[in-house]
Design a protein around this ligand. Sequence first.
Ligand code: NAD
Length: 357
Amino acid sequence: MKEYKIAVLPGDGIGPEIVPEAIKVLDKVGEMYGLSFSYEEGYIGGAAIDAVGEPLPQETLDLCKKSDAILLGAVGGPKWDNLPVEKRPEAGALLPLRKALGLYANIRPSVVYEELADASTLKKEVVLGTDLLTIRELTGGIYFGAKYRSEDERGSFAVDENKYYVDEIERICRLAFKIARTRGNKVTSVDKANVLETSRLWRETVVALHDKEFKDVELEHLYVDNAAMQLILRPTSFDVMVTENMFGDILTDQASVMTGSIGMLGSASIGGEVALYEPAHGSAPDIAGQGKANPLATILSVAMMLKYSFEELKAAARIEAAVKKVLASGYRTPDIMEEGKTLVSTSEVGDLVVKAL
Ligand code: NAD
C-alpha cells in the first residue's frame, strides 16, 4: 500500500468546514485504490495569529516541508483586517509560504459542468464544453521585481520592474507542454510580445522549447488583450493556457467566473519538492459556520493532488466523476441552488460524493 503524508491547514472562515469533507473523500478513494493517507494539522492565517501570534508559524512551514502534499482551506477574515499588512493572514501567510516552498506554477482548471451551465454569465451555447487549464507563473515577473519611488525634474514617479530569466520561462512552459500531453495536446501561450521585451523573450523561449522537445503538441500564441477577448468568445477552443505572473493573475479570475460559481474551482501550486492544493475561493466569512459552504472546490483540489503529486490518475478521475454524479442527481449548496433542485449542507455534499464514489 502506498502511503502519503499530507499537511492539513484548514485556516479561517469556511476553511475548517470544507477541508474535512475533502479528507472524507480522500479516505474513501484511498480505500478503493490501495492508498493510505496520514494527516497532520497545522495553524495558518488568522487561526495561527490567534493561537501563536503570527500568520505563518515556523512549525507550520516545517510541517509543510516534510509532507508529500499540502491541503489548505482558506485564510483571512474581518477579525484580522486591521493588522499591519505583513501580519495579515493573506500577505503574512500565503505569499511567504509560496516563496518558502518555491511554488512556481499555479494551475487552475475552469470546467463548465453541464448541470451548472445556466449559472454562467455567458450564454450556455458558448460556455458548454469549456475545460481549460490555466498555468500561471507564480514567483517571477513584475510582482517580484524591484519596486521603488523616486523623483526627477518632471516630478515624482514609481517603478515596478518586470524581469524574467530564460530558465524561469522554460520551467513553466515545459510543465504546460507536459500537462497538455495528458489532455487535449494544445498549449496557448499568452504574452504581449508586440510591446514588452520580457514578452519577446517569453515567445522566443517557448518557440525554441516547442521546437526542441514538444513538436507533437499544438502551440498557439495570443497577445494578452486578445486572449481576454477570445476567452469569452470561444472558451471551448482552449486546452492549456500558459502565461506570466500578472497576465495569469487577471486571466485566471476571468476564466473562473465563466464557470458560474467560485465554490466549484480547485487549484494547485506546484514547486520543486512539495505542492499545495486549495480551493480558488477565499474564506467566505459571510457564510462561515452555517453549513452553507460548497466543499466541491476543495474536493476537486484533492483530485488535483492525486493527479499532480501522486500520479494516481484513476483515483483522480473517479473523484471528478463522483462530483458530476452528485450534481446530475440535483444536489446543490446555496451558491449554486436552482429551482427544482435539492438543497444540501456542506457535510451532506461530502457524504454524497463519498456515496457516489
Ligand atoms: P471569498 O472568495 O471568500 O468570497 C466571495 C463570495 O463568494 C462570498 O459571497 C462568499 O460567500 C462566496 N463563496 C466563496 N467560497 C464559497 C464556497 N465554497 N461556497 C459558497 N460560497 C462561497 O472572497 P472575499 O469575500 O473577497 O474574501 C474573504 C476573505 O478571504 C478575505 O479575508 C480575503 O482576503 C480572503 N481570501 C483568501 C484567499 C485564500 O486563502 N487563498 C483567497 C481570496 C480571498
